[in-house]
Ligand binder design. Structure first.
Ligand code: PBG
Length: 333
């Protein structure tokens, strides 16, 4: 609890501290910087440097070569890390998500290219099967059910090939129970004890992932919804249980997802656990801001920066966002 004010009006006039930019800057409580940003990026396997995604204005799919350039850009802009997500061609998808455990697959090649181009930039990989499955689910599907423990075996395989390709952070986004513990055990056994895990600990079954599923090409594939594994948007106590489990299983960092609609969850997690907690400003949040701005209904740059401030104010260690390079450029200008 903060202390109550010592004085009342007119002795206390809060507007005094707002009268000029220098004093507003001087008393500002939180301020996002490029160091708070993880650049969310979709990669594809073709030659074209950038392929636009209709619902993600200004956040196209990158080729592997373009992604390597982007890693250098991140370094120059002071962005510490990039989170990479793959667009997989339809014919490479199957029910088990086989392409997701191919050590020569798109993700591993992208990781290697980015680490070669800019080794100082951290690379984070998504651990989940949905970009690779023909049904679009994050796990193995049998008779309409997502199997928990058999999925974990696949996720462990995926984790190991990603870590061996050079991924610094593994970020399981699948929401299977017990996967963080299994990943941590396997990493230890493989001598990969320095690989970090950022758990998508409190991840909700959200409508705000829509544009992402377009971007990675899983929107058409998805049969049904993800409500049997992702969290119910009405729940808050459950988020604390999920986070506690992932920390106990060996997560180094945790994440709340989506971002802005779940700032209350973020604040609760930050207050409850002494661990870096990140927010994912997801594709739908990005698309909403961009669509409104491009219609002239919002001031684009101000809205972007204000959204990033909100995460810091709510206590986030950082934000995974498609706005990362844009925001860093605005601050640097
Ligand atoms: C799936 C995954 C999703 C996102 C990241 N990993 C979508 C989903 O759960 O369907 C969403 C990212 C975004 O919307 O920007 N493993």
């Amino acid at each position: 609890m903060s202390k109550p004010p010592l004085a009342a009006y007119p002795h206390l006039r809060p507007r005094r501290l707002r009268q000029a930019e220098w004093v507003r800057r001087m008393v500002r409580e939180t301020q996002p910087t490029p160091a708070d940003l993880i650049w969310s990026m979709v990669v594809h396997d073709g030659k074209e440097a950038e392929i636009p995604v209709a619902s993600m204005l200004g956040a196209p799919r990158f080729s592997v070569a373009r992604a390597a350039e982007a890693a250098k850009e991140a370094r120059a802009l002071g962005i510490p890390a990039i989170a990479v997500f793959p667009f997989i061609d339809g014919e490479k998808k199957d029910s088990r998500g086989t392409a997701g455990t191919d050590p020569d697959g798109l993700v591993c090649r992208a990781v290697k290219a980015m680490k070669d181009a800019a080794p100082e930039v951290g690379i984070m990989c998504d651990v989940a099967l949905d970009p690779f499955t023909d049904h679009g689910h994050d796990g193995l599907l049998e008779h309409g059910r997502i199997l928990n423990d058999p999925t974990i075996e696949r996720l462990v395989e995926q984790s190991i090939i990603q870590a061996k390709a050079g991924a610094d952070i593994l970020a399981p986004s699948d929401m299977m129970d017990g996967r963080v513990g299994a990943m941590r055990k396997a990493l230890e056994a493989e001598g990969l004890q320095d690989t970090m895990i950022m758990a998508y600990a409190a991840k909700y079954a959200s409508a705000f992932y829509g544009p992402y599923r377009d971007a990675i090409g899983s929107a058409k594939a998805l049969s049904g919804d993800k409500k049997t594994y992702q969290m119910d948007p009405g729940n808050s106590e459950e988020a604390l249980r999920e986070v506690a489990m992932d920390i106990a299983e060996g997560a180094d960092m945790v994440m709340v997802k989506p971002g802005m609609p779940y700032l209350d969850i973020l604040r609760r997690v930050v207050d409850a656990f002494a661990l870096p907690t990140f927010a994912f400003q997801v594709s739908g949040e990005y698309a909403m801001l961009m669509a409104a701005a491009r219609n002239g209904w919002l001031e684009e740059e101000r809205a972007i920066l204000e959204s990033l401030s909100a995460f810091k104010r709510a206590g986030a260690a950082g934000v995974i966002t498609y706005f990362a390079p844009r925001a860093a450029k605005i601050w640097g200008a």
